[in-house]
Design a protein around this ligand. Structure first.
Ligand SMILES: NC(=O)c1ccc[n+]([C@@H]2O[C@H](COP(=O)([O-])OP(=O)(O)OC[C@H]3O[C@@H](n4cnc5c(N)ncnc54)[C@H](OP(=O)(O)O)[C@@H]3O)[C@@H](O)[C@H]2O)c1
Length: 360
């Protein structure tokens, strides 16, 4: 298989560093451009991230000596040297929207980690195991943008990457109607470490700006349908969420309560979870977990520290399924927020787009 030339815009940030690390060891991708703000532009990548490299692995050799370009000023140069880019810039929403459209209009596909385009009606927001068919909207988006190759595809917010996968295999037959979820989210989701966020030590902060709205609404776009060149969100289940920041480095946990139109048995739920497999598994995409949903029988699992790295941080852990007195059932879910929930989810989406011919 040919290697795709790949750039990362926002390559010096927390999510960008994760993209760089994953691309450096990827069988299909070769890192050819790194870009960030004018503060980093012109520096060697290793100098631009000096003092803020947050990955466990060292800076990849292939990235160290690369000269960081300006994501805004050097679009022409960057797009000449890549087949597509990952976007992980941290700017104002309108600026991100404009920047990502500028890359798409320069005939460079953009796989974005950002929320700016998640509600653009013809931009697919994809969790590859859940709604891989939403990429079929790309031809409509290309018509709007006036492009032959360029388009934008996005991944959804990290908070929902644990409980939406657990609810998804139950939708067809049992139809979840009402969901209550409380999330316990790691500090890397805010681009922070314990060194840069000492206020979180011995503390829980019961507010993450914008996160509850995303946790309640984005699942409905994931479960939506394509109609007349737009993705129309599903109208159920009704979801209510509270999102807390907790003193964990990585891994978002969710406590979930759910009621169904047709109540399944516990055995039926467990069987749907264990047998669930989707397009990334069938296509054998390099970053796809073999088993997407892992159920733990132990009463005290999943645990953030023990289980977040399951299948390279790309699988979902679930546990503690039991009946509830007010909803039909309750259970606990966990996913790695910077792997499955951010860069890893973006990489898997790019693999799907490559496998389906959208990056050619
Ligand atoms: N962290 C997570 O787990 C997570 C999960 C989901 C979504 N997100 C979203 O992903 C995005 C990146 O998050 P992060 O945590 O990686 O942020 P971050 O650590 O603050 O990094 C931001 C990146 O954007 C670049 N940047 C800032 N202003 C720019 C400009 N004017 N032009 C070009 N590049 C610019 C920075 O470059 P310099 O280094 O040159 O300043 C840096 O590379 C954010 O929108 C965030 O909301 C994060």
């Amino acid at each position: 298989m040919k290697k795709y030339k790949v750039g990362v815009i926002g390559a010096t940030g927390m999510v960008g560093q994760r993209f760089v690390t994953l691309i450096a060891q990827h069988p299909w991708f070769e890192l050819t451009e790194v870009a960030a703000s004018s503060r980093s532009a012109g520096k060697k990548y290793e100098d631009a991230v000096k003092g803020r490299w947050a990955m466990e692995a060292a800076i990849p050799d292939c990235a160290k000596g690369m000269i960081v370009k300006s994501a805004e000023e050097d679009i022409g140069d960057i797009t000449k040297n890549v087949d597509f880019v990952f976007s992980a810039v941290n700017m104002k929403k309108d600026e991100i929207k404009a920047l990502e459209e500028a890359y798409a209009k320069a005939e460079c596909p953009v796989v974005s980690n950002n929320s700016a385009h998640r509600w653009t009606e013809d931009v697919p927001m994809v969790v590859p195991e859940i709604n891989p068919d939403h990429i079929d909207i790309i031809p409509s988006q290309r018509r709007r943008l006036g492009t032959k190759r360029g388009f934008i595809a996005v991944k959804s917010n990290c908070s929902l990457q644990s409980y939406v996968p657990a609810l998804h295999p139950l939708r067809d037959e049992f139809n979840p109607t009402k969901v209550l979820v409380c999330t316990y989210q790691a500090i890397s989701g805010a681009g922070k470490t314990f060194e840069t966020f000492p206020e979180i030590i011995d503390n829980v902060i019961p507010f993450i700006s914008g996160e509850e709205e995303k946790s309640e609404q984005e699942p409905l776009k994931l479960w939506g349908t394509i109609e007349n060149g737009k993705i129309v969100p599903a109208n159920s289940p009704s979801i209510t969420a509270q999102c807390f920041r907790v003193p964990c480095s990585d891994g978002h946990m969710a406590a979930v309560f759910v009621s169904f139109e047709k109540k399944p048995t516990e055995e039926e739920i467990l069987s749907r979870w264990s047998s669930f497999s989707s397009v990334p598994q069938k296509l054998n995409l390099p970053s796809a977990p073999k088993q997407f949903i892992h159920y733990f029988e132990e009463q005290d699992r999943p645990q953030t520290k023990l289980d977040r790295n399951l299948e390279n941080g790309m699988a979902i852990s679930v546990g503690r399924l039991r009946p509830d007195s007010q909803y039909d059932y309750k259970f606990v879910c966990l996913s790695h927020n910077t792997l499955r929930g951010a860069a890893g989810g973006g990489i898997l989406l790019a693999e799907l787009l490559c496998a389906k011919g959208y990056m050619d």
